[in-house]
Design a protein around this ligand. Structure first.
Ligand SMILES: [Zn+2]
Length: 231
């Protein structure tokens, strides 16, 4: 099914190389290059609808795994917490199990092993890579300590909180969790352990960009409200 969306069966060795180093933000989609960093919102939504129609099983899996009663909310969450297309794209791929973890790459013979890129012990599926792996747990533990120091709230993050987000929250926390997941994914790609300093750098950069935009749009009050715990 995925091969109809993303060109992974191409006879071109160059394309095979692209898939083995798959970048969820920039890939070949229906014989065209899809770059989430630069595409327009309408093009992105068109792509989402197209993929959604082709992936009912992943949707069912998510509902079953997390006993979701209102699954539509989980798909709208990324649009409420972030304005960047690549953040939407990343979260959408996570929710549809189309991030190319080693268990998937191994099944289609694009990896020699299905083992986790971080611990090297367990099969690298989505839940292991982003939550169950001991290396990743250390990252999230650091995240919760960092958050507690910022605003005095002791978080107890579950697998559901990491994969889907905290649906009842309207503050910046869900955005920060998503940046954490993107940090984990980028660390995997760069063959390094999840790097908390890289995450903090990412947060600071995002904060500065949003502040610049807020000043330009005269919406500084909204900016301060959103980033309050970090200011
Ligand atoms: Zn692991």
């Amino acid at each position: 099914m995925r091969s109809s969306i993303i060109n992974m069966n191409s006879k071109s060795p160059g394309n095979l190389l692209t898939v083995s180093n798959f970048d969820p933000m920039n890939f070949e989609y229906n014989a065209q290059v899809f770059n989430a960093y630069v595409c327009s919102a309408s093009k992105f939504i068109q792509m989402l609808i197209s993929i959604k129609a082709k992936t009912p099983n992943s949707f069912k899996k998510l509902i079953a795994d997390f006993k979701l009663s209102d699954p539509q909310k989980i798909y709208s969450l990324p649009y409420r917490i972030a304005s960047e297309t690549y953040v939407w794209s990343f979260q959408y791929r996570m929710l549809n199990f189309i991030l190319f973890t080693n268990d998937k790459l191994f099944k289609i013979s694009l990896s020699d092993s299905d083992k986790c890129s971080f611990c090297g012990t367990y099969s690298e599926d989505l839940y292991h890579l982003f939550f169950n792996c001991s290396t990743v747990r250390a990252f999230w533990n650091r995240f919760t300590v960092w958050w507690a120091n910022l605003c005095g709230e002791n978080l107890s993050l579950t697998l559901k909180d990491i994969i889907i987000g905290l649906l009842h929250r309207t503050d910046v926390l869900n955005y920060l969790i998503t940046l954490g997941k993107i940090t984990i994914w980028e660390s995997r790609k760069n063959n390094i352990s999840p790097n908390f300093r890289l995450f903090l750098h990412k947060v600071r950069t995002k904060q500065e960009v949003e502040k610049t935009i807020a000043i330009k749009n005269r919406k500084l009050r909204d900016f301060y409200k959103r980033w309050e715990p970090l200011l």
